[in-house]
Design a protein around this ligand. Sequence first.
Ligand code: ZN
Ligand code: ZN
Length: 256
Amino acid sequence: MIANYHTHTPRCHHAIGTEEEYVRCAIDAGLQILGFADHTPYPFPDGYVSSFRMSVAQLEDYTTTVNRMRKKYASQIQIHLGVEAEYYPKYFPQMLDLLWENRVQYMILGQHMIGNEMGEPYCGHPNGSTHVLEQYCNQSIDAMYTGLFTYFAHPDLIHFTGSKQVYQQQLRRVCRAANECGMPIELNLLGMQGNRHYPNRDFWEVAAEENCRVIMGMDAHQPQALLDTEVQQRGREFLKGYGLTPMETVTLRSIR
Ligand SMILES: [Zn+2]
Ligand SMILES: [Zn+2]
């Protein structure tokens, strides 16, 4: 791999390591491009606190730190400042303003919850509800059509326990929308490292049939994860089994 656009920091409460440690591991791993895409702050109302993302107040420190790393290591690696964001229609415009004011370069889509997060289940928990599956797909498709996201991270995060046929029918809509939007989808290597329910073979069967554009993402939550070239090789083999070849780099889309 020469580029990884999916890197977290401890601000999301479930990652460890300093930005500098991530950068050094990325250089050791031979990466030429490192994108930080920590879980975006979301300006929710009424004091609601989201447990898996940085607060609005932390955004400035995040951008300052990543920008400092970019300058310090400019001769060794290209560093980009991004976020991993859900599409929550109600608060999306305010969230974009916030990112724009702080000069965030790019967003990857990670639809961890549906609706506007509050009161909704985590999409990665097993769920047999066709309604939740449909809404996950609808919301992801709406997100892609904003044209503001660079790629779709772990599109197969939704953990549907119902029939394969219903699952594939719904996720095919997602794959087709991604193609219409010219958007790559991610093979998530964290899921592969952790033997999670994703990458989901039922999904990748469809992605292959639809000939989707694919990028691999480390989704690093600790610096050393970037050194795992074995999982990168497994990712390539996995995709090869479906006749897919990952892109090495993507073009970052501006968030406005
Ligand atoms: Zn994610
Ligand atoms: Zn992530």
